[in-house]
Write a protein that binds this ligand. Structure first.
Ligand code: ADP
Length: 834
């Protein structure tokens, strides 16, 4: 109810934003005639003028109309393209900290030039975030001439460039790069040992392209930088062999239920009593478990843990659906929403290694988390955020509640005329595929291009095999062929061409009816008028007309995705800029979405009603079932992301403190006053700890303190002094005494070795300890997080418990950190043992 009310509220506030923006568009349009009369040099000088206005305290908002009009005029001269009014509208919305939903083909790349130009004028940097390196490089190539014409610098932050090149890219007015790279650079910057090594500046304004993919789909997995620890390949392999045999046997006898319970949604397996017994027996047979030892003893629990991991790897994770094996024989996770391989990402807690063992590829070491954050918390660090995409409205509630971003639907430049046909449902997968093939045959006979969208690589391959078997030429586009993506997509609009793609492969590249027209465009711009090019132009025009008269691009969805947004993205590939087109989804009762959510026994009921295998049903009731199923999965996924964020929010506050401290250390030369404060705290803490021990006589306490300080801190306390310490205020006096000894020696040491050298040593000890303890803390937090759900059994709220525990752990970590730092420093001061 509350969510519904919030959604309504969001829609009405969006209308207000759109109305406000429309008034700005009018102002921009009114300036066109004046700006048209400026020479190129005068137009370029506009940038200097705007920069000066901002320097003198004018807001970006106040110069928006003239700045946008300048970009439009420059674009006319550089690209020969004049921003449409709806693009101006989109640009304004992006400047207002919002998400602009603009349909595919509406020209988001050109739209982005407007807010990017305006926001870069402050000199604080603008980040344009894309999904992959290819798209970043392509957008830089496209937009750079315009920005450079207007006197701005553009940098490209790729994953494989040196730190120097990265720094240069970040210090440009505008920086293009991927969400991963921006996020990883942020984490890496917080691991450097000298301020010279920072690559990023303060995070100012980020414009995210395909924002739903980045802030929603990718936000389910955190960003992690890790270092290798232990190699347990041998154990993984041995357990894998046992589980492999077991799974084969179970499959033959169909006894899965007998041994374990599978939770398909959570991708978890729980062993039954019988399952536990059989695993115990197998481990005994293979001598991994000693006779008379229990699987539950503390030493053996690791065997149980690895066995469950291996079972999950064998039963719940599938090659070409959940992961692929790369050419380098590495396991690459496939993003279930995008169908893309997620290079550099790994499943945690040993699952990745269990899958490597299953596939018999090299088993990588398990790793320790060195730094981590979530995309949600990374992007919240920007002073201003905005994003654009073809499909955002279904997720507007999440954008608002998590990122405080409003979603505004921008009208299309030309009316949308694509025909979205209702879904057809078949009894079985086989019948569905037969119907799809029939539809493809029908379309290509008319010379209509077809794009078939599947939800997994395995499904792409099934359709591809079927088409090959009947001699239909086609292209397959999936995570395996990343590099050829753009080329395949640009051909997808040719007459009668068939392209099979996992849902979002090729996203970000336009499908033009008749095929790519980049060569034709250069003729339009009068750059190329030789005979060959004119011939190509004629040919393209002929193909374009042919495809338009055959009905435009036809989209076939082979299954409904869990999320309506992803289905809309697939549909959105057709019908760009008023083009004709059509779309249809084919479903079967075997589809996973239908299997999990359709009412039980529906197949039998339909058969009873006389439905035969080749029949299909087309009924609003079906659409309702599907939409409800999708809604419930969307809600569940939202909950998963929300939960990830709620847990990360706890750690985020701690990360903020640690990163602030690190920055302080790197930027401040003189930290002696900090050291003095820490030393006082540490001595006080230790003295209190020692005096709390129940010693009867003061004499014992003094001896004890003396001994401890000599061992732990290398500080010798003169016995005569100690004895003269008045018994009243004992604690305070002894703390002062030790503190004074420390300060005196500290100053002497500083004089002796030189201030500069001393500062270097202090800082390096401090940073070293800070990093060490922080990493250790991250590990402990991970551990805490994994076990916290068990607190439910004690009627406790796990999130609350996590919050309380982690706070206590953080405080205790800081105390240890201070202690260890002063210890190390004392050894250096008093004995030169550093
Ligand atoms: P989107 O990302 O919204 O799907 P693109 O940015 O890829 O769209 O643009 C689609 C095509 O439209 C590109 O070929 C681009 O050059 C062209 N285009 C965009 N804006 C204009 C414009 N104002 N005038 C002419 N062509 C445009």
């Amino acid at each position: 109810m509350l969510i519904h009310w919030c959604k309504k509220k969001i829609i009405s506030s969006n209308k207000y934003i759109l109305e406000k923006a429309k008034k700005q568009v009018k102002k921009i349009n009114s300036m066109e005639s004046v700006l048209e009369k400026l020479s190129d040099i005068q137009l370029i000088k506009q940038t200097e003028k705007f920069k000066l206005l901002i320097k003198n305290g004018n807001s970006l908002e106040s110069i928006l109309p003239e700045a946008f009009a300048t970009v439009r005029e420059a674009s006319k001269r550089v690209f020969g393209m004049r921003h449409f009014d709806v693009q101006l509208l989109g640009g304004i919305i992006l400047h207002y900290n919002c998400i602009a939903e603009m349909k595919t083909g509406e020209g988001k790349t050109l739209t982005s030039t407007l807010p990017v130009y305006l926001n870069s004028l402050s000199g604080k940097g603008v980040h344009v975030v894309t999904m992959n390196d290819y798209l970043s490089a392509r957008d830089v190539k496209t937009n750079k001439p315009l920005f450079e014409f207007l006197g701005l610098t553009v940098g490209l932050n790729l994953s494989n460039i040196s730190s120097n090149s990265k720094r240069k890219a970040y210090f440009s007015d505008i920086t293009y790069g991927t969400n991963n790279e921006f996020g990883f650079d942020y984490l890496r910057d917080n691991m450097v040992l000298s301020k010279k090594n920072f690559v990023q500046r303060k995070l100012n304004y980020a414009l995210i392209d395909e924002v739903d993919s980045i802030l929603i789909d990718e936000a389910r997995t955190p960003l992690v930088i890790s270092g290798d620890i232990e190699n347990k390949s041998d154990l993984y392999l041995k357990i894998n062999n046992i589980i492999f045999d077991l799974v084969q046997k179970i499959k033959k006898k169909c006894k899965k239920k007998y041994y374990f319970v599978i939770d398909e949604k959570q991708k978890q397996i729980y062993l039954t009593e019988k399952g536990l017994n059989i695993i115990e027996k197998l481990l005994l047979d293979k001598k991994l478990l000693k006779k008379n030892e229990s699987l539950y003893s503390l030493n053996n629990i690791i065997l149980l843990y690895h066995s469950i991991l291996s079972l999950r790897a064998h039963i719940l994770f599938f090659k070409n659906i959940d992961y692929i094996i790369s050419e380098k024989k590495e396991i690459l996770i496939i993003d279930e929403h995008t169908g893309r391989s997620m290079v550099g990402r790994k499943w945690s807690d040993g699952l990745h290694q269990a899958i490597e063992a299953k596939e018999r590829v090299k088993i990588h070491n398990e790793s320790q988390t060195l730094a981590t954050t979530t995309f949600q918390n990374y992007f919240r660090l920007y002073s201003k955020l905005s994003g654009m995409t073809g499909t955002a409205v279904t997720e507007s509630f999440e954008f608002k509640s998590i990122y405080n971003l409003d979603t505004v639907k921008i009208p299309t430049n030309k009316p949308m005329i694509r025909k979205d046909l209702t879904d057809l449902v078949y009894l079985t997968e086989k019948d569905k595929i037969a119907a799809i093939i029939q539809d493809i045959q029908y379309r290509i006979k008319k010379k209509q291009p077809v794009l078939v969208g599947t939800i997994s690589i395995a499904n792409s391959e099934i359709i591809s095999q079927k088409l090959s078997s009947i001699g239909i030429k086609h292209n397959v586009l999936n995570a395996k062929f990343h590099s050829q993506e753009a080329k395949i997509i640009s051909d997808a609009g040719k007459p009668g061409s068939v392209t099979i793609a996992t849902n979002m492969a090729g996203r970000g590249t336009d499908i033009v009816l008749g095929g790519s027209f980049s060569k034709y465009k250069s003729i339009q711009n009068n750059c190329n008028t030789d005979l060959n090019s004119l011939y190509l132009k004629k040919k393209w025009e002929k193909n374009n007309n042919l495809v338009i008269s055959s009905g435009g691009l036809h989209i076939i969805g082979t299954e409904r995705h869990e999320s309506r947004r992803i289905d809309n993205q697939l549909r959105g590939r057709s019908g760009r800029q008023g083009d004709p087109g059509s779309s249809r989804f084919y479903l079967s009762l075997d589809d996973s979405l239908m299997r999990i959510f359709a009412p039980n026994g529906i197949k039998n009921i339909l058969k009873k009603f006389g439905m035969k295998n080749k029949d299909s049903i087309e009924h609003p009731w079906v659409n309702n079932v599907i939409e409800n199923a999708q809604r419930s999965v969307e809600n569940r996924n939202f909950e998963i992301r929300k939960q990830l964020l709620e847990y990360d929010d706890v750690i985020d506050k701690q990360r903020f403190v640690i990163y602030q401290q690190r920055k302080f250390l790197l930027y401040n030369k003189n930290i002696s006053y900090v050291i003095k404060n820490i030393a006082k705290d540490v001595f006080e803490y230790n003295i209190k700890k020692y005096t709390n021990k129940k010693y009867n006589k003061n004499y014992n306490i003094i001896r004890y303190i003396q001994r401890r300080f000599e061992i732990d801190f290398n500080i010798k306390i003169n016995i005569v002094y100690v004895n003269s310490v008045n018994k009243k205020n004992f604690e305070k006096k002894i703390i002062d005494l030790i503190y004074n000894i420390f300060i005196k020696s500290y100053c002497i040491k500083k004089r002796k070795i030189g201030k500069k050298f001393m500062e270097k040593i202090e800082k390096s000890i401090m940073i070293n300890k800070l990093d060490f303890f922080w990493r250790d803390h991250l590990d402990s937090m991970d551990y805490l997080r994994q076990g916290i759900h068990l607190r439910c059994y004690a009627q406790k709220n796990p999130k609350q418990e996590y919050q309380n525990e982690s706070f206590k752990m953080f405080i205790s970590m800081i105390t240890c950190l201070k202690n260890e730092f002063i210890k190390k420093l004392c050894f250096f001061i008093f004995k030169n043992e550093y």
